[in-house]
Design a protein around this ligand. Structure first.
Ligand SMILES: N=CN[C@@H](CCC(=O)O)C(=O)O
Ligand SMILES: [Zn+2]
Length: 416
């Protein structure tokens, strides 16, 4: 199957010959081709260049290709969401109401709501119900230009339900058009019955859960909510080191509510990314830059929790590679809109429009170890492509709060 998109006003390829997630000024290099074109074949990018070049070089190939005219609009790589909690049961709109009346996120969680409420609803749901609910969310992601989504377990907090969530994602990886990258997050909260005996639950995660997850190859990453009143840096370190021995790459929910040494721990254990970072310390930033830990920033979560956003500008200026994500979850960020997240990255964290696009594509792919296949439009990579109803990436970030997606191709197949 061949598809040819021509007359692309601004083709933001993000192509690069450098290795590694992009830092500092490299985050502004979108490698734009004016009046561009892409030829997709068998799910991959076969050729990319100007419309004129491709039309003359691939004259024969184009005879039986599907032709799309972009009419001067913007094309980018499919967006990559490197941090979500998509496979959950139920909903928590009552909590939103409570928070607006003054309760804090942690008050609600410590009173048995929050993550615990979703845990109960996820335990009650059947695997089929979770597959159906999660598929709907993935459809929403696709409509917003996202072609790859990371997804975490962590609403089970018992072996059976953690495995159920991971199997749901595995089934969707087979049946849904989008790619799903699974992360185990057994340490997402402390189950009520282990309050005060957190170390015992850490032992259960290490002894019972991690080996099973690794044995069934249900996850690639291992994440921990390292936060005051949740897991200490020491407990998080034990879990992450145990995962590493089983081949699971560490990620950390770090320094979200208070500054707690999460970024420093990410550097120490060699985490691929540290997430949230609203309250990251200067020393944490320094260590992340030195150890090449990607900052995965979640500005929609900060907005929804009415908190000041993470210091995105400062992280970039200090040499940390930044990715951005929806954090899609029922409590602190019930959105599937990566375009909104890019807008917020500019508005609330002072990323430039170009940096926000890099953070949602190239660096996001690095944050989930998919850089060889996605995140930029280059020959041989997956044909994950978005055509937007705007003329430029600047306009995409400027006309905020609107879904400008016109068409989406996933592995060369038009899905929106
Ligand atoms: N902060 C911890 N975990 C999630 C929220 C999960 C929830 O509230 O259900 C997050 O990344 O925002
Ligand atoms: Zn999260």
């Amino acid at each position: 199957m061949k598809t040819f998109i021509k007359n692309i006003g601004q083709l933001a390829t993000l192509a690069s010959s450098k290795k590694g997630a992009r830092k500092k000024e490299d985050m502004s290099n979108l490698a734009i081709i004016e009046n561009g074109a892409i030829l997709m074949k068998n799910g991959l990018i076969e050729a990319i260049g100007t419309t004129q070049e491709l039309q003359s070089q691939y004259m024969n190939e184009l005879k039986d290709a599907l032709i799309f005219n972009a009419n001067g609009k913007l094309v980018t790589p499919g967006l990559v969401d490197p941090h979500t909690h998509i496979a959950y049961g139920g909903s928590r709109e009552q909590e939103f109401d409570l928070r607006l009346r003054g309760a804090s996120y942690m008050d609600i969680m410590n009173a048995g709501g929050g993550i615990h409420a979703t845990m109960r609803m996820t335990r009650e749901a059947t695997e089929d119900e979770l597959v159906a609910q999660t598929a709907k969310r993935l459809d929403g992601f696709a409509k917003h230009g996202v072609t790859t989504v990371e997804g975490k377990s962590g609403y089970g907090m018992d072996l059976e339900t953690e495995l159920k969530q991971l199997r749901v994602m595995k089934r969707l990886q087979q049946s849904h058009a989008l790619d799903i990258v699974p992360t185990f997050m057994g340490a997402h909260a402390v189950p009520k019955e282990y309050k005060g005996r957190e170390d015992e639950f850490v032992d259960i995660i290490i002894r019972d859960m991690l080996p099973k997850v690794a044995q069934e190859k249900l996850a690639e990453f291992n994440d921990v909510f390292c936060e005051k009143d949740v897991y200490t840096p020491q407990q998080a370190e034990r879990i992450l080191e145990a995962g590493k021995k089983l081949g699971l790459v560490p990620k950390i929910h770090a320094d979200e509510i208070v500054s707690y040494g999460g970024a420093e721990l990410a550097a120490k254990v060699g985490a691929i990314s540290a997430e949230h970072l609203l309250k990251v310390s200067d020393e944490g930033i320094r260590q992340m830059a030195e150890k090449n830990v990607i900052a995965c920033l979640l500005p929609a979560t900060a907005l929804f929790l009415r908190e000041e956003a993470a210091p995105g500008r400062k992280l970039i200026d200090e040499g940390v590679a930044v990715a951005i994500s929806t954090d899609c979850n029922p409590g602190s960020s019930p959105t599937v809109s990566m375009p909104l997240v890019m807008n917020l990255a500019c508005i609330s964290m002072r990323l430039t429009p170009a940096e926000a696009l890099t953070a949602a594509t190239y660096n996001a792919a690095y944050a989930i170890n998919r850089q060889e296949f996605i995140g930029s439009l280059e020959v041989g990579k997956k044909a994950d492509v978005v055509l937007w109803d705007v003329a430029s990436y600047e306009e995409l970030q400027y006309l905020f709060g609107v879904n400008h997606v016109k068409s989406v191709w996933k592995s060369g197949k038009k899905i929106v």
